[in-house]
Design a protein around this ligand. Structure first.
Ligand SMILES: Nc1ncnc2c1ncn2[C@@H]1O[C@H](COP(=O)(O)OP(=O)(O)OP(=O)(O)O)[C@@H](O)[C@H]1O
Ligand SMILES: [Mg+2]
Length: 274
């Protein structure tokens, strides 16, 4: 892609302008995942992505992380054009990818070792990040000695160790049971409040969107476009059993239903061609 001036007037945490992504563009396997995404995320805002399977939510996180290049439009983060990954933007994947042969604290500080930090420095940063996720006592353990929820907290600590301004989370709690997920949501809200970071969080769970979001971005079926953005004006801490929360769940369920039907129809069409 031709390089363009790296400045943008907005100080927003993330700015997407007409962003599109076609995988394998220009080949017979070309596959349009995203089209015309315009999105502004403010500093310290919590934004949730909701949309049918395959609509491009993960793709958009990869583009914002700088791990993949958009094939259309531009992305900025705090006025810098996003072209490569940056420690200011940390991505947490759905499946935790901790290194089993390293201890918890070594996993947490792994990104710092790439930057050349000393062992003592790395240990100090890891200790602080683990303290924030309530796992300081597990510093010397290995990932297979932890529960699924604890491993996800280590993944969050690893992201926090880089002191990101933007935390990108791709269905981070999907594999957890309902009770653990609720605990993790509360814990994430505490971490978010203390860190001042903006969070972009993908989920399939409408309950989770209502519990967490300042705004919910609802996507259409592929190619993913923004169907609508729903503000969540519920005071925090939230009463998820309130009439307002229930009304919001119904609204989001209705918005999603048509798109999920369309996505299934398309995927069945693809399967019958294959
Ligand atoms: N590396 C890739 N190469 C080619 N196509 C891809 C690649 N990654 C994703 N796709 C395709 O792009 C589309 C969007 O995928 P993406 O993973 O972003 O969807 P998603 O909204 O995250 O879905 P889910 O909710 O199931 O995780 C899908 O049709 C998928 O098949
Ligand atoms: Mg995904």
């Amino acid at each position: 892609m031709a390089s363009s001036p790296p400045t943008f007037s907005s100080k927003d945490a993330v700015v997407c302008r007409n962003v599109g992504k076609t995988w394998s563009a220009g080949t017979s396997r070309a596959h349009e995942a995203l089209r015309g995404i315009d999105l502004d995320v403010k500093p310290n805002e919590f934004v949730v992505f909701l949309g049918p399977s395959g609509c491009g939510k993960s793709t958009l996180l990869y583009l914002i992380a700088g791990l993949e290049e958009a094939t259309g439009g531009s992305i900025w983060s705090f006025s810098d054009k996003v072209e490569t990954p940056s420690p200011e933007r940390s991505l947490i994947f759905q499946e935790t990818s901790l290194f089993p042969w390293l201890t918890v604290w070594e996993n947490v500080s792994f990104g710092l070792s790439i930057r050349g930090a000393s062992r003592a420095e790395r240990r100090a940063v890891a200790e602080e990040a683990l303290q924030r996720v309530g796992l300081k006592a597990a510093m010397e353990k290995r990932p297979d000695e932890l529960s699924g929820g604890m491993r996800q907290r280590v993944a969050v600590a690893r992201a926090l160790a880089m002191r990101p301004k933007v935390l990108l989370m791709d269905e981070p709690f999907a594999a957890l049971d309902v009770q653990t997920r609720a605990r993790m949501q509360d814990f994430l809200l505490d971490v978010w409040r203390d860190s001042g970071a903006s969070v972009l969080f993908v989920t399939h769970h409408i309950d989770e969107a209502v519990a967490l979001a300042d705004r919910v971005v609802v996507f259409t079926a592929r190619p993913g476009r923004i169907k609508t953005i729903v503000p969540v004006d519920l005071p925090r801490p939230r009463d998820l059993f309130s009439r307002e929360a229930e009304a919001l769940r119904i609204e989001l369920t209705d918005l999603l239903r048509d798109e999920v039907d369309r996505a299934f129809a398309e995927q069945e069409g693809l399967a019958s061609v294959a």
